[in-house]
Design a protein around this ligand. Sequence first.
Ligand SMILES: Nc1ncnc2c1ncn2[C@@H]1O[C@H](COP(=O)(O)OP(=O)(O)O)[C@@H](O)[C@H]1O
Ligand SMILES: [Mg+2]
Length: 251
Amino acid sequence: MNNLDPRPGVIDRRLDAVERLVAVSGGKGGIGKSVVSAGLALVLARQGLRVGLLDLDLTGPCGHLILGIDTSFPEESFGLIPPLAHGIRFMSISCFTGAEAAPLRGADVSNAIIELLTIVQWGRLDYLIIDMPPGLGDALLDAVRLLRRSEFLIVSTASRVVVQTVQRTLRLLDMVQVPVAGIVENMQRDGYAADPDIRALARDRGLPFWGSLPFDACLEPAVGDPEALACTAFAQALGKMVRSHLLAARD
Ligand SMILES: Nc1ncnc2c1ncn2[C@@H]1O[C@H](COP(=O)(O)OP(=O)(O)O)[C@@H](O)[C@H]1O
Ligand SMILES: [Mg+2]
């Protein structure tokens, strides 16, 4: 991308009517970024808000699986219109690749993200939730650079290995001056606490700790079924967080 590339300006215009962009990240894979992203979108849609979910995981997209969304090629009208499923505008590379692998590397990753952001017409949304891939590489840096108004929600689990990557992620976001909306502990189980404790980590950095989402054995059987998902203890806890931390400012 060079200074003559018109696409970043187009991306800004595409997102003009989106009130808040919340990117869900945390550095590591397998910590629940995708279920938290899908859950957030579901909870917000059920509150009557206009919500989009953008799955930016180009190699392991799974938002459509979690929410049971059919990923046929989107409707075209001056760009691509994200299909509306369960009250959520949804977009993912899986709309184009289906279940095939997308062997992208280097500049291809950035180009695929730029193209996706350039062609999608989100329309008017209260929230666009962005499900980030693992890692602190191209995709994260591109999201920061191209989704200029985004704020990050950081997911962690009570594992020293995860917490260290979360700390690294927070330092990077600090470096590039991107706001962090909060930190969530996921897969919380009684008797397990990381060192440093996630709540303390948030406090030391002056960031809001949104609370803990339980490890919920009912989550896996509910995957693909939004009605069942919304009834899980996981989604109920997420709903509480959303009401106290995302929606409180709107009331
Ligand atoms: N709170 C939880 N309780 C039970 N299973 C969970 C929970 N959070 C995540 N999982 C499971 O862990 C796995 C990884 O979650 P996922 O959202 O794909 O992680 P990531 O996007 O960070 O790679 C999935 O099988 C998911 O269903
Ligand atoms: Mg994921």
